[in-house]
Each structure stands twice: as structure tokens, then as C-alpha cells.
Write a protein that binds this ligand. Structure first.
Ligand SMILES: [Zn+2]
Length: 213
């Protein structure tokens, strides 16, 4: 069973190893952060953003929640988006879903959860309902889960594109690009889904029907 002292021990080892390899590893982070990417991913413990992209501290601004969603009443996520776009001038926003997502599986199976988790998962169920015809063509559960993972990632990219934060940035000619990816546990690879969105009038055809006005 894990314990805090075990984590603290591992942390000391990690800090010592990094200092041994690079004496300035920590001191160079002190002046500020200049990340190039905003990563919006699932909080699943098997999808550690920095580790799977080989990134170092300071390279990714990360927001994670259950099933990588961007909702217009989620002030936590929108605060991170605003920080990324308006303060840190991040130019790449990536929505990252993943295979075997527990949130997606629960929504597809109509698992019942009370409280906040239950109402949060309703958002995934509504994506499923919007695309029910597509799901009816698939009998394999794995394929149905994969489809909802991908549709969810694309929906969330459109949600990002429709925020006033991103609209304002594009109006001010900020070269902001929004992409969707799926991380696959089977091979450890990130796969890009569909086209990136780089301006309000350039939302790819496959996204158009998803735009919520
Ligand atoms: Zn997940």
C-alpha cells in the first residue's frame, strides 16, 4: 500500500538525480514559466502528460479532469485556458482523450454515480445521444468506447474554439491552433484526430455539425 513517506522518498531521489545530471535543473525554472502548449487531458493516472511526451518541467501547461472536458460553466478549466491564452501566450491547445477511458465507458454503459461525478458524466451521455445513429452501427463494445473517446475529444476542441477567450485571441490575430489527440495504452502513442482548428472560419467540415451556438 502506498504512503506519503514513500512518495517523499521518491521525490528526494528524483530531485537529487536531476541535480546530479544538471546543476541548473531547478534554478532555471525560478524566473517564470514559458510553456508552448496547453494540454487538456483526462485525470486518469495512466496518462501522465509530461512523461508520455518526454517533456520537462515548464514545457506543458496542464489541466486534467474526468474525460478531458471543456464546459462553459467550468471556471477551473476556463481560468487555465485564460491564463494560457492571455497571459502565457500559448499557441497550441491540445485536447487529449485516451483508450479505455473509465469516464467514457461509464457514460456508455449508463453506470450510475451520485453527486458531482454523476452530473459531470451527463455531458458525455449527451455527446453519445447526439451521435446515437453512429453508435447503433457498432456492436463491439471496444469500438463503441473508442468512437465516444474520439467524438468527445473533437467536441471539446470545438468547445475550446467557441469560448470568448479563444474568439478574442483570434480577433487579435493570435496564431492559436487547437488539436485533438487520443493516447493509446496499447502502444503508448498519441494519435491526432481530424483537422486542427486555427481560426473561427476554418473549423473543419467534420466539426461544423458539432458547433454549439
Ligand atoms: Zn479517462
Amino acid at each position: 500500500m502506498g504512503s506519503l513517506s514513500e512518495l517523499l522518498f521518491k521525490n528526494r531521489q528524483w530531485a537529487e538525480n536531476n541535480k546530479k545530471q544538471d546543476i541548473n535543473f531547478f534554478s532555471r525554472l525560478i524566473p517564470g514559466q514559458f510553456p508552448q502548449y496547453l494540454w487538456i487531458g483526462c485525470c486518469d493516472s495512466r496518462v501522465p502528460a509530461e512523461m508520455i511526451t518526454g517533456s520537462q518541467p515548464g514545457e506543458l501547461l496542464v489541466h486534467r479532469n474526468v474525460a478531458n472536458m471543456v464546459l462553459d460553466d467550468d471556471t477551473s478549466c476556463l481560468s487555465v485556458l485564460q491564463l494560457a491564452v492571455e497571459v502565457l501566450k500559448v499557441q497550441h491547445i491540445i485536447i487529449v482523450g485516451h483508450s479505455h477511458c473509465g469516464g467514457v465507458t461509464a457514460a456508455l454503459n449508463s453506470d450510475q454515480y451520485d453527486g458531482s461525478l454523476g452530473s459531470w458524466l451527463q455531458n458525455l451521455k449527451s455527446i453519445f445521444q447526439q451521435h446515437e445513429k453512429q453508435f447503433n452501427l457498432l456492436s463491439d463494445e471496444k469500438e463503441r468506447i473508442n468512437l465516444l473517446c474520439e467524438l468527445n475529444a473533437v467536441h471539446q476542441a470545438v468547445n475550446v474554439a467557441n469560448t470568448s477567450i479563444v474568439r478574442k485571441a483570434w480577433k487579435n490575430n493570435s496564431p492559436l491552433v487547437i488539436s485533438s489527440c487520443i493516447y493509446n495504452f496499447g502502444d503508448g502513442l498519441l494519435k491526432k484526430i481530424g483537422e486542427s482548428i486555427s481560426e473561427p472560419n476554418n473549423i473543419p467540415d467534420q466539426y461544423q455539425s458539432l458547433i454549439q451556438k
